[in-house]
Structures are given as structure tokens and as C-alpha cells.
Write a protein that binds this ligand. Structure first.
Ligand SMILES: Cc1ncc(COP(=O)(O)O)c(C=O)c1O
Length: 400
């Protein structure tokens, strides 16, 4: 089938909750995606950071293939020889004691919210049904009913009510506003340490340390949603590491599944995750042997530190090259490591229009919030590939 035929069948039979670029992937390797017509594209999105280690990373696919030939799913009705070692390794990497394994990012966020509320009731003594959680404006934590309940994106919310109560939204980056929002029934502050979908927004340096101190002082859980920002994307294992902040709970997903299977997790100490008892939470696929085998490999790869180092080093190059385009169609560049949000001069077109033109030149990026583009390539990208991708971007901005 041609690109057009694929797009036509998608239009008719695939629910239209996405507006994809006109690119039909057929295969992928490392940082490159090949479409059904044999055209190659440099992937500068990496499935929103789920493909941090590159498409079909051989270390990950070898383990996945072996596990496919062994055992893939038993549900949590039984133990499996893969789950315990995975959770032990992930907990150790996070400096925590326990892991609640789930599948998607949104499930990890939902699970974190449930655990925080239960901790509030059981450990903090918040009256049942009265817990509140402080969140940040312009957050993005997923698309379930509870999560969109505290989003301020009209598209994500409109028509989907009634919403889940119990959330208070404050400006991102303002620790004073967080302090003012906390009361005796606050059980958690839930934040992306760097806001991804909002446009790679890096908070002021005093924000995360300030929130950490407040949470400790007021007996409130600090929950870091590192689903997009974590696992080497920013040049450190966690984005929180840039500020030497350790949250009480990490929410992880995306790259934890190595770009192969959905693997997400809530990671915290036993005094927090220990509030869950049999029957209070669950997932048929959560922590399945295939997911655990892949997740263990991802943790082992992260423990070597090479992906964090690559992201830091090559991220510096990416940011330097993008910053050179300021004044030539770029208004601002933000981010850390191989993660950059680039604001485009609206006179050159929308983010979507620029993304389409970039795709025509063989580079895949994703727009967000009208005039911002996100560059987040797999961390296996080379310096030459970065130079080439930014040269294509410069050419598009120059109208070539
Ligand atoms: C910070 C953050 N949290 C949660 C999610 C939701 O993850 P998923 O799409 O796997 O449900 C995302 C997805 O982009 C995210 O960026």
C-alpha cells in the first residue's frame, strides 16, 4: 500500500484522537525510521522519550526475544522469576525500597494518586475522602478521566466531565504558591520536574528544592512524574538530579519499556507503598515477565551511565546549534540534555506546518502548543546526525 492508501484506511478506521504527520513508518533502527515507500527519516521525537535507547536497541531486543521463548505472562496471581529482581534493581537505582509495576504512564500517575491518598488516610490521618493534591498549571500527566480533571488544557477536558475532585493547581515554578496551597488535608505535591508537553519548561533553580523542603516540613509526599523527563533524557538519570532533589515517589514509564513493551512504575519506600494490600490495586499485565525482563535490562543499561553522559554531551551540541538559530526564525530554546523546546517565530507558520516541512526534509519532530517544536532524539544519535538535523531545520526556517 502507498502512503496515501495507509492514510486513507487510518482516517476511516482509526479513532481520530491524534493528528499524525503524513509519514507511515514501516521499520526503524537506531535513530532512523523508514516509511512504506522506503524513505528514511531521522527520528527527533523518540516516541515522546519511550525510545531513549534507540529503535530496536540490540541489547533490549535480545532479552525480549529470549523472554518470548520462555514465559511472557502469568498475571500477578503467581510469582514469576523476573518480577522480584526487576523491582529490586529499579528500587535500588531510585534509592527506594519498593516498586509498584504498571504498564502505561497514565496508569503510573493514577496509581501514584491512589497510593498518596491511601497514605494520607492511613499514615497521615487525613479524614477519608478529604485528601487534596497540589499540581502545577500547564501540567501533562496523561489522559485518563482523573488526570484530565486537573489539566488546564481545554481540548483534553471539554466534554469529558464530570471530573474527579481533590486537586489544586498552582503556577509551575512558584514554591510560594505551593506553600499557600498546602493545608492539613494535602497528601501530595505532584509535578513534572521539567514540564514536557507544556514546551520543555525548566523551572527556576529554587523551585524543586523549595518544594522538597516544604513537603518534608508539612508531611506531604513529593511526587515526581519522571515519565518523560527521566531515564537519561536530560543528561542525568532523573531530571530531579539536576537540583539534587530526591522526591518521595518517582513515577516512571515510557523508556522503562525500552521502546518494546509498555512498562511503568511507582517507586517509593515501604512506608509509602506499604499502604497497599491485596485487592486494593492491580493490573493483569503489570509486571509481566516480558516487561520485567525488558525493564531489568533498561535499569542495567542506565546503571552504566553511558546514556546519561551521551545525553549531556550531545545535548550541549544540540542546544548550541539550536541557539544559533535565535533571530533566524527561532525565538527561544529551552531544555536540558537531548531535550529541547524551540519556540518558532509565528510569522514563519505554525509548529505543525514547520514539522511537516521538516518531515519533507527527512527530520521528524513534534509540535506542541502552537508554535513550539520539541527535539528529543533517541540518545544514540551522533554529533553528525545532530548537525544534519539542525541544518535541515535552519533550511526550513530560511524558507528553503
Ligand atoms: C510527564 C508525563 N506523564 C504521563 C504521561 C502519560 O504516559 P502514557 O501516554 O504512557 O499514558 C506522559 C505522556 O506523554 C507524560 O509526558
Amino acid at each position: 500500500m502507498t502512503v496515501l492508501e495507509h492514510m486513507t484506511i487510518d482516517e476511516r478506521h482509526v479513532a481520530r484522537n491524534y493528528a499524525p504527520l503524513p509519514v507511515v513508518a514501516a521499520s526503524a533502527d537506531g535513530v532512523w525510521i523508514t516509511d512504506v515507500a522506503g524513505r528514511r527519516y531521522l527520528d527527533c521525537l523518540a516516541a515522546y522519550s519511550a525510545v531513549n535507547f534507540g529503535h530496536r536497541n540490540p541489547e533490549i531486543t535480545a532479552v525480549a526475544h529470549a523472554q518470548l521463548d520462555t514465559v511472557t505472562l502469568v498475571s500477578r496471581a503467581f510469582h514469576s522469576d523476573r518480577l522480584g529482581p526487576f523491582c529490586a534493581a529499579l528500587a535500588r537505582m531510585c534509592g527506594k525500597e519498593m516498586v509498584l509495576p504498571m504498564n502505561t504512564g497514565a496508569e503510573a500517575v493514577e496509581s501514584g494518586i491512589k497510593v498518596a491518598r491511601k497514605w494520607g488516610t492511613d499514615a497521615k490521618g487525613v479524614p477519608a475522602g478529604r485528601a487534596n493534591i497540589v499540581v502545577a498549571q500547564n501540567n501533562f500527566h496523561g489522559r485518563t478521566t482523573t488526570i484530565v480533571s486537573f489539566s488546564d488544557d481545554d481540548t483534553a477536558r471539554s466534554g469529558f466531565g464530570p471530573f474527579t475532585p481533590g486537586f489544586r493547581s498552582v503556577p509551575f515554578g512558584d514554591a510560594g504558591a505551593v506553600a499557600a496551597a498546602i493545608d492539613e488535608n494535602t497528601v501530595a505535591v505532584l509535578l513534572e520536574p521539567i514540564q514536557g508537553e507544556a514546551g520543555i519548561i525548566v523551572p527556576p533553580d529554587d523551585f524543586l528544592p523549595g518544594v522538597r523542603a516544604l513537603c518534608t516540613e508539612r508531611n506531604v509526599l513529593m511526587i515526581a512524574d519522571e515519565i518523560q523527563s527521566g531515564l537519561a533524557r536530560t543528561g542525568r538519570t532523573f531530571a530531579c538530579d539536576h537540583w539534587d532533589v530526591v522526591p518521595d515517589m518517582y513515577l516512571l514509564g515510557k523508556a522503562l519499556g525500552g521502546g518494546v513493551v509498555p512498562v511503568s512504575a511507582v517507586v517509593a519506600d515501604e512506608e509509602i507503598l506499604g499502604v497497599l494490600h491485596p485487592g486494593e490495586h492491580g493490573s493483569t499485565f503489570g509486571g509481566n515477565p516480558l516487561a520485567a525482563a525488558v525493564g531489568s535490562t533498561v535499569v542495567a543499561m542506565l546503571e552504566r551511565g553511558e546514556y546519561q553522559a551521551r545525553s549531556a554531551e550531545l545535548g550541549a551540541l544540540l542546544h548550541t546549534r539550536l541557539a544559533e538559530l535565535c533571530g533566524a526564525g527561532v525565538l527561544a530554546v529551552r531544555g536540558k540534555g537531548l531535550w529541547a523546546g524551540v519556540d518558532i517565530d509565528p510569522r514563519l507558520g505554525t509548529g505543525k506546518q514547520i514539522s511537516v516541512r521538516l518531515a519533507e526534509r527527512g527530520v521528524l519532530v513534534k509540535d506542541t502548543h502552537g508554535h513550539t517544536l520539541r527535539f528529543a532524539p533517541p540518545l544514540v544519535i551522533t554529533a553528525e546526525e545532530i548537525e544534519w538535523a539542525v541544518a535541515q531545520f535552519a533550511a526550513v526556517l530560511a524558507g528553503r
